[in-house]
Design a protein around this ligand. Structure first.
Ligand code: ADP
Ligand code: MG
Length: 681
């Protein structure tokens, strides 16, 4: 049985089982699904006289003379064995492997594999793998290289996997229905698994990879579609729109057409008896916050509570203040509270009890909101902002605190159209594809390291005019390993040089929350001229007077992230600038920066990013049980994704509940991953 405890596999035993457990391998099936990270091509036996550069080689050699064993220091030995292959000579050096002296015999041929070094025209391999030709199990093959744990060698994992395949091969059942395997020219699962571990050849490997990717993606896509088609009825029905309308009337600006459309969609959803499950996608600065507040007022106006969950404390605080400003202006008298990890215990207890009693109408907070002790009286709407930071499960947890409340998710991370279904297939999607009028286009410049000084001078001039600026660095503190700018260092440097006459602030994730708040507030109030920060300011921070965004080591960031950072400026009436310091010399890096310079449209940037970096970057890690490895190595292929999407739509229209024997395994796998989120009729 594949689900058999790995302990009982031949060659395992309790101690090895414990080590395997560290790799999350508990059963034979887990072992078979533990795919190699990469491969070593040992198919070709090289001839010594062909060798021109030092690298890994597989050679077939014979001893040229009796090997020499010499002691070095105590208990240490060295063997030098000169070998030949008919075209040349090579010295094999073995440290502390004295036992080889008995095994190496002069008339036998050996395969040796290892890093070949060239010194003074002589070839040498140190501690190569060696085995006699008639016992070969590793040579002449494509060998898997696994992710390892302490005390387990690659050879051990390889052997165990081979054993498991020998014993259990026949038991590996297909997850995909036979008809789909045929239609898309895929492999049977057992053959796919075998070829992922021990590829017979390049073609078999590609097919194997495609088969497993297809399977994973189909599970994910059908799971999401199932969730969407099974959205529950809700008891939260909006009947009173008075508060929400009051908000609209009091706004100091006219809503854009896109905002109005989305507001209308939200209203319609919330007035219906089906729980809303809607994603609002809108570029940075497109005005999503007011749309969310509108939704929350629909809920509150009809007698329900609303919550807004955001990924950082900084953002929570800011939204809390924004909401208060809006409702004060609209003369709406409701209770708004803040709940984050840094709220003091006493205050927290008070907030929690008022929340439970229904005395708080809107609560804004971070992950603290999904803790078990947070109870609502009657939550009607759950908003999450910048959802790419939250997993599906975290969202579900907040949702479960009520009786199927409506759900609204805001995101500024544009997902390329081809991938949207794969990532957001469980949601209805609204688009705010229009910017409020009068927005300045942020001018983007790319400079290299030498351009930094000029950039600092530029900032100086801007600050002299009363504006503010951000300087972002990739690291918090200096690192010995990485030669990158750190916020702390830059802060110290600039304070004592370029900007000694100005007020600088430092902000990073490792600071205590209290200090973070203080710095952000000072920046809001204009008491800090230049804020030096890590990417903690990436999402949501809104200081319209800040007009320059200088990003150090810009090459280290993803395009979407750079676009987000750039979105921190251009929020007021002043011309704004984004200066990217590209400290890499690679052409690809330059290309990526140029995309950012050429457009301010997040969707175009996302599509271009997809072309350059592949789809892996767009999947939240582990959102649906896909590991980082699986995302990068298996499902990282747009064409397969598109095939799976069109197939999923077809299955959904023909057989949404996956009825029938041939869907049984697929259904089981979907349920395994999505657990209680899934309902099949
Ligand atoms: P995001 O979509 O990035 O969350 P925000 O909601 O923070 O954007 O809005 C950015 C800024 O634009 C805020 O200062 C907000 O008051 C303002 N804003 C929103 N909608 C409009 C509009 N229709 N006209 C003018 N300004 C607007
Ligand atoms: Mg926002």
């Amino acid at each position: 049985m594949l689900s058999k405890d790995i302990q009982y596999l031949k060659g395992v035993g309790p101690s090895r089982a414990a080590k395997l457990e560290k790799l999350k391998i508990y059963t034979v099936e887990d072992l078979l699904n533990y795919f190699p990270l990469k491969y070593e091509d040992r198919r070709r036996v090289s001839k010594i006289n062909e060798i021109i550069e030092p690298k890994k080689y597989l050679l077939k050699v014979k001893l040229f003379e009796k090997p020499k064993l010499s002691p070095i220091k105590k208990n240490r030995t060295i063997i030098k064995a000169v070998c030949k292959d008919g075209t040349g000579f090579i010295t094999l050096t073995f440290f502390n492997q004295a036992y080889l002296m008995d095994k190496l015999t002069e008339d036998e041929f050996y395969y040796v594999f290892g890093d070949l070094k060239i010194g003074y025209g002589k070839f040498e391999m140190v501690n190569p793998e060696i085995e006699s030709v008639d016992k070969d199990w590793k040579a002449k093959r494509i060998m898997p290289i696994y992710g390892l744990t302490y005390g387990l060698s690659n050879n051990e994992i390889t052997k165990l996997t081979r054993t498991a395949l020998e014993i259990y091969y026949r038991e590996i059942e297909n997850v995909l229905p036979e008809s789909i395997i045929k239609e898309y020219n895929l492999l049977a699962r057992k053959s796919a698994i075998k070829n992922l571990h021990f590829p017979a050849n390049g073609k078999a490997y590609s097919l194997a990879k495609k088969t497993i990717a297809f399977e994973k993606l189909l599970i994910m896509q059908l799971g999401l579609f199932n969730i969407k088609s099974n959205i529950n009825t809700t008891e939260t029905e909006v009947k009173n729109t008075l508060l929400a309308e009051k908000l609209i009337k009091s706004l100091p600006y006219k809503l854009t057409k896109a905002q109005l459309n989305v507001i209308e969609e939200i209203k319609k959803d919330m007035e219906s008896q089906k729980a809303m499950s809607r994603l609002v996608q809108g570029d940075v600065g497109s005005g999503k916050t007011v749309v969310a507040i509108y939704g929350m007022l629909l809920a509150v106006g009809s007698g329900y509570q609303a919550s807004m969950m955001v990924p950082t404390e900084v953002l929570a605080l800011q939204h809390y203040e924004t909401i208060n400003q809006y409702i004060q202006k609209a003369k709406i008298d409701i209770e708004v509270e803040l709940l984050t990890a840094s709220v003091k215990a006493k205050k927290k207890a008070e907030v929690l009890s008022r929340l439970k009693e229904g005395k708080i109408d809107i609560i804004v907070g971070t992950h603290a909101l999904i803790e078990d002790n947070v109870e609502f009286n009657n939550i009607g709407l759950v908003v999450t902002d910048e959802q790419h930071r939250f997993g599906v499960r975290q969202r579900a947890k907040l949702q479960n605190k009520g009786k199927n409340p409506h759900i609204l998710i805001m995101t500024a991370t544009p997902i390329p159209r081809t991938l949207a279904l794969m990532v957001y297939g469980d949601l209805d999607v609204s688009l705010i594809d229009e910017m409020p009028p009068g927005r300045q286009k942020v001018i983007t410049e790319i400079v290299d390291e030498k351009g930094k000084e000029k950039a600092y001078n530029f900032i100086k001039n801007i600050v002299k005019k009363g504006r503010q600026a951000y300087i972002v660095a990739p690291l918090v503190e200096e690192s010995e390993k990485l030669e990158l700018n750190s916020a702390t260092e830059i802060f110290k440097d600039l304070k004592s040089s370029y900007f000694s006459e100005y007020n600088l602030g430092l902000l990073h994730g490792k600071m205590p929350n209290r200090e973070k708040e203080e710095v952000i507030n000072k920046f809001y109030e204009g008491k800090i001229n230049i804020l030096i920060s890590t990417t903690v300011i990436e999402v949501g921070v809104n200081v319209p007077n800040s007009v320059v965004m200088l990003i150090l080591n810009a090459e280290r960031f993803g395009l979407a992230q750079l676009h987000q950072l750039r979105g921190r400026v251009g929020r007021g009436n002043h011309q704004s600038y984004c200066i990217l310091v590209n400290e890499s010399k690679s052409k690809k890096s330059r290309e990526r920066m140029n995309i950012l310079k050429s457009t301010n449209n997040g969707f175009i940037i996302a599509e271009e990013d997809l072309k350059i970096r592949g789809p892996g970057e767009f999947f939240g890690t582990k959102q649906h049980g896909l590991s980082k490895f699986e995302i990068q190595n298996l499902v990282n292929n747009v064409k397969t994704i598109e095939e799976v999407q069109s197939l999923s739509r077809r299955i959904l229209s023909e057989n949404p509940d996956l009825k029938g024997q041939e869907y049984l395994n697929l259904k089981r796998e979907i349920t395994k991953i999505f657990k209680d989120e899934i309902v099949f009729n």
